[in-house]
Design a protein around this ligand. Structure first.
Ligand code: ADP
Ligand code: ASP
Ligand code: MG
Length: 513
């Protein structure tokens, strides 16, 4: 059994879904379970509709709903023909009518809660998966639509729920295995799930990748394929740097690090379930039926480049917390970390002295109440519109001159660095720059470390094939979703973190996977 996930652009139109049917048909013998995202831009549109309705602009939100309805009905007719399209229409219409009622309700109460948002966004994947399942069936693929909300069980952390693996495994076996054993192709929406009580949840934006991996782990799939709009994981975001190249093979640890630090091609948590079950993950291009893409496995052969790839994570804030005069220095850091823990706040990069602490956090996750708490014991400043640039490579550890080479390149680009970190996983160098400096910095770094000619800087010699054992202290273990203490997730710059502590974290991270 394999799991194949198709992203928004891969199901954006009748033509795209046609290609998906061909790709899935070519894997028929491998018993595929197919996971699809909402059609491209639909989730953004649902978000916009929700905000419009909640601000009282009900008519404007219903106009958007009309456009959404037309797009889906039109796609269904193009794929299925008028007759079969008409027979699917009532199922689609039932969803549009639910959406219509919901938007009117939002306009009345003027509030979109996280729980309401999950309900609203779930329609994108419900609609696309129904259409794709029927499109498969009419093309001779024996497809069966599966309601993901009945298979993926999560906690109730709405908008970024965490899977409950034991329940999910049981449900997947009950709902999906019988379909697969009848040689049918299960088709289901990614991103959406439900609590044990059946309340819809979502796994966070971009979460269909994560759904595919969760399902793959639950069913112990042979492989998980993530089909998208680029030729695999690349040396950097091709939108930032057209010279980006496809990475043929990469390790779980490196790919997880890249995903966490902004490589949008994979949801940050995607590799966790795959790592735990040691299931290879492939990132492939749905516009290229012969795509070989990127293979992500526990070990990957050594690359001839110094780094495997460069990423940038935007939408980051720097927070500086400096102990107020008169505040006891003793216990200051503990108070700061305890406050982070109470707010279940996840920090990325940390720099510490005995009387000050600077850290970065996603701006959208920075609670105002946290800053207010800090202000009771410290002078606090924060700056938005920052970005973390991260260079990842398993072989950088212990190699002299690499950091100097990175920072010289950044200096040549005329970019100012705000914070620096070399993580505990020893496979990345990350630093913070202004968001507006990201394109220039990444392009310079990419030109330097991935030159078009065959001689990369800091050229390495040595054996081929590292055979490095899978390290579990890498980034995968830092992505623990919500509710886990920030101190736990703080990076290596927190000096008090011991190997024993880390391994305890590992155990706790593993319990639910
Ligand atoms: P999907 O809708 O298939 O889930 P996404 O838009 O979420 O696709 O992810 C694919 C996009 O990720 C690509 O179009 C690319 O611009 C972006 N991306 C960012 N970093 C990388 C990277 N290192 N390798 C490949 N793609 C990347
Ligand atoms: N449709 C969801 C989103 O746009 C999930 C996904 O595409 O993976 O975030
Ligand atoms: Mg995606």
């Amino acid at each position: 059994m394999i799991v194949m996930k198709f992203g928004g652009t891969s199901v954006e139109s009748a033509e795209a879904i046609e290609r998906v049917a061909k790709i899935v048909g070519s894997r028929r013998k491998q018993s595929p379970v197919v996971v699809v995202s909402a059609m491209a831009k639909v989730t953004d549109q649902l978000v916009a509709m929700g905000h419009k309705a909640a601000s009282g602009a009900c008519e404007a939100s219903l106009e958007m709903l009309t456009a959404l309805r037309e797009r889906h009905l039109q796609t269904a007719i193009e794929l299925l023909g008028a007759k079969r399209g008409a027979s699917l229409a009532p199922r689609l219409e039932a969803f549009f009518s639910e959406l219509n009622n919901f938007l009117r309700g939002l306009a009345a109460v003027r509030e979109l809660t996280p729980r309401g948002s999950d309900y609203l966004l779930s329609f994108g994947e419900l609609l696309s998966s129904l259409i794709v399942a029927d499109a498969f069936a009419i093309r001779g693929l024996n497809a069966a639509w599966v309601d993901s909300r009945e298979c993926l069980v999560t906690d109730a952390t709405h908008t970024r729920a965490l899977p409950k693996m034991a329940e999910t495994r049981e449900r997947c076996r009950k709902k999906i295995v019988p379909i697969v054993s009848k040689k049918r192709i299960a088709v289901m929406g990614g991103f959406i799930a439900a609590t044990v009580e059946g309340v819809p949840t979502t796994l966070g934006r971009g979460g269909s990748d994560y759904s595919a991996a969760i399902i793959g782990a639950a069913l112990r799939a042979e492989r998980i394929e993530i089909w998208t709009d680029v030729e695999g994981m690349m040396t950097t975001d091709p939108r930032l740097c057209p010279d980006a190249r496809t990475i043929k093979r990469i390790s779980f640890n490196e790919a997880a690090e890249l995903a966490y630090f902004g490589a949008k091609v994979l949801h940050p948590a995607t590799l966790l379930p795959a790592i735990h079950q040691n299931i290879p993950v492939y990132v492939l291009n749905s516009r290229n039926l012969k795509s070989t893409g990127t293979e992500i496995t526990a070990q990957a052969p050594r690359s001839r480049d110094v780094f495997r790839a460069i990423t940038a994570k935007t939408g980051v804030s720097i927070v500086n917390v400096v102990a107020s005069r008169g505040v006891m220095v003793h216990g200051f850091l503990r108070s700061v970390f305890e406050a982070l823990d109470r707010h279940a706040s996840s920090v990325d990069i940390v720099a510490i002295s005995e009387v000050s602490l600077s850290f970065t956090m996603e701006t959208k996750r920075l609670p105002k109440t946290l800053l207010a708490e800090f202000e009771e014991i410290a002078d606090v400043t924060s700056e938005d519109r920052q970005a973390i640039i991260c260079l990842v490579g398993e072989d950088i550890h212990g190699k002299p001159g690499i950091a100097a080479s990175v920072f010289n390149t950044i200096a040549e680009a005329g970019v100012n660095i705000r914070m620096i970190s070399q993580g505990a996983s020893e496979i990345n160098i990350s630093f913070v720059v202004k968001e507006s400096d990201v394109p220039r910095a990444v392009q310079h770094l990419h030109a330097h470390f991935f030159p078009r000619t065959s001689a990369p800087s800091l050229h390495r010699t040595g054996r081929q094939g590292r055979g490095t054992p899978l390290k579990k202290n890498g980034l995968a273990h830092r992505y623990q979703g919500n509710g886990v203490g920030a101190a736990k997730r703080a990076r290596s710059t927190a000096p008090e973190k011991t190997a024993a502590k880390r391994s305890a974290e590992e155990r706790s991270a593993q319990t639910d996977l």
